[in-house]
Structures are given as C-alpha cells and as structure tokens.
Design a protein around this ligand. Structure first.
Ligand SMILES: Cc1cc2nc3c(=O)[nH]c(=O)nc-3n(C[C@H](O)[C@H](O)[C@H](O)COP(=O)(O)O)c2cc1C
Length: 312
C-alpha cells in the first residue's frame, strides 16, 4: 500500500506541527478546517501526547471532525513501540502515518533521547503493524542518501526529506536557554540537496523545510518532489485560530503555484521535472562534492522531443 501524492490534486500539504497542550485544540481545528475548505492534505503534530494522556485525545480527533473527507496524516515519532503508529492512525481516522525521525532535535533537547540504534527496526515494525501507508519524515535537518537507501531497503515507499533552511530545532533549543549545541544551527542538508542526492531506487519523495514562497515549492517540485510540505509559515494563523486567514493563505499558495506552472509551461507539477534548473552556490558545491552532475540540470529541456514541425 502506498500514497501517490500526484493524485492529491494539491501540490502542497500542511506539515505536522505540535502545539503545546493548551494550544493543540485551536491549532488542529484551524488547520483542519482550512484544509477541508481548500482540499489541501494535512498532517497532525505528534499524536504521542494523546497516546500517553487520553485527556488530550479530543485535541486530535477534532482534525477528522473538522475535515471529514480530506486526506489526513497522523504523526508519531520513531522510537515508540510498534503499535503506536496504528493507535495514532485509529485515533484520527487517518489516511496515512507520518513517522518522524528527529535525531538532531533529540540530541539538542536536554530531555531528548540519546540512542537511535534501534530506530530502523522500529520503523520497520511500525510500518508492518500500520493499516495505512507510512511516510517517514525528518523535522528540518534532512534525510541523507544513506538514510533514504536504508528506508527503501526496509520497504518504506514514501519519505519527506524535510531539510534545513526553515524551522530549525537546534536554534529553537539554544534560544530556550541551553546554548550547548548552538553550533549545530547549520547542521544538516537542505531539501534541495536531499532531492539532488537521493539514491536510485528511493522511496517516493516529498519535500519540506524552508519552503517560504511559492517559487520555493516550484523549485522542489522541479527537483523531483511529488508534493511540498509547509509548517512554520502557517503557525501564526493556526495559533491565533484565524481560520479565514489560514484559508486565504492556502488559496494564495495554490493560486500562485498554478500561475508559476503556467509561466513555466507546465500543465501539471510532474512536468516541472523537465524544466531547466541552474544549480548555483552552495547547492552546486554540494552537488560537486557528492558527484551529482549539476550541469545536466541546466539542459533538461534539450531532451524534450519537439512536437512543433516548424522547428525542424
Ligand atoms: C511548531 C512546530 C511544531 C512541529 N511539530 C512537529 C511534530 O510534532 N512532528 C513532526 O514530524 N514535525 C514537526 N514539526 C516539523 C515540521 O513538520 C517540518 O518538518 C519542519 O518545521 C520544517 O518545515 P518548515 O521549515 O516549513 O517549518 C514541527 C514544526 C513546527 C514549526
């Protein structure tokens, strides 16, 4: 069983965001109502708190109540028992499970985990028990080529690379007062570099992390992402419970991405994978160091056969 993000009908999705226990209800209700109004798929924040404290369940079941027919993903962290994913999916009536890998975040959190050696087996066991497709994701530090290869080997079919450049939990933790890991603020890989360096074969790729404007989304689609996740930019409207603003924001993203597709002559997001891309600066340096042929991306349109007889 897999997810085909190209059949979503939306090039973007609302990525998983945990609110604190007082704000979770408002955040989830606002995001879910806006997702329902716009047809944008949505992930919950980590359902772990509701599995540990049944008193929190209503803050998550509100997602399905407010969005009965939309595509909903439940979210849970790696490192939990194998049945946690299934329980999270059942609580939300979810269509897919996001399983997050957050080793850097755990490292920088004073109360975080310090051992990740059993995560791969845990992901495999969670996926085996899960009644819906599993999407493995990072939380803003990126999934490396090696990780994507290992995920593919254990049968994970979809991964969200969630790279650097946007929400950064190393910086957030150091701002919370413990500067011990402030130097990790630049650690990780951007979504673009993860997409460039993905192995073949690989899980189907979704991208997120640092997507701040519609052109960022278009670039990620052009680099091979099937859909693009956005979290941080929606936090303010969600925390304020401002459903109308949230709907307006989502509509603006969808409208502008559609306009950019038209500008680039792409009938659908998948067509962007034939658009020429110039890789510059750090991304080009990364491509060179990883042996990725950056120049090949500059000439992708040369490989499209011309259908215009006048051109011959
Ligand atoms: C307030 C907040 C809470 C988050 N909570 C979760 C979470 O519970 N589970 C998860 O997988 N990712 C969580 N994330 C990470 C996002 O899903 C995403 O991977 C990351 O923020 C990068 O995207 P962005 O730059 O668009 O914010 C959270 C992000 C934010 C901003």
């Amino acid at each position: 069983m897999t997810v085909d993000a190209w059949s979503w009908g939306s090039p973007i999705y609302i990525n998983g965001m945990t609110g604190g226990s007082e704000t979770a209800m408002r955040v989830n209700r606002t995001l879910a109502a806006a997702a329902a109004a716009t047809g944008v798929p949505m992930a919950s924040g980590s359902v772990g708190v509701a599995l540990d404290d049944p008193g929190m369940a209503a803050s998550f079941t509100v997602i399905r109540e407010a969005n009965p027919d939309g595509f909903v993903m439940a979210n849970i962290g790696a490192g939990r028992p194998a049945d946690a994913g299934r329980r999270a999916v059942e609580l939300l009536g979810a269509d897919a499970l996001q399983l997050h890998l957050n080793a850097v975040q755990e490292t920088v959190m004073p109360e975080g985990s310090r051992g990740f050696g059993d995560w791969l087996r845990g992901v495999e066991a969670t996926a085996a028990e899960c009644p819906v497709p599993v999407i493995v994701k990072e939380v803003g530090f990126g999934l490396s080529r090696r990780t994507l290869r290992r995920l593919h080997e254990i049968g994970v079919r979809v991964a969200d690379v969630s790279g650097t450049g946007g929400t950064n939990f190393a910086r957030i933790e150091s701002a919370r007062g413990d500067d011990a890991f402030a130097y990790l603020g630049d650690f990780g890989q951007s979504a673009a570099s993860c997409l460039l360096d993905a192995p073949e074969p690989s899980p189907q790729l979704l991208a997120s992390g640092g997507v701040r404007t519609p052109i960022d989304a278009v670039k990620a689609l052009a680099l091979g992402a099937r859909a693009v996740g956005i979290a941080g930019p929606f936090l303010t409207s969600a925390l304020e419970g401002d459903e109308d603003r949230m709907i307006a924001e989502l509509r603006s993203w969808l409208d502008q991405i559609a306009m950019l597709l038209a500008l680039l002559g792409a009938a659908r997001p998948a067509d962007l994978q034939r658009t020429d891309l110039l890789l510059r600066g750090r991304l080009r340096e990364f491509a060179e160091l990883r042996g990725v042929d950056a120049a090949a991306f500059s000439h992708r349109t040369d490989r499209i056969p011309s259908t215009d007889p006048e051109e011959h």
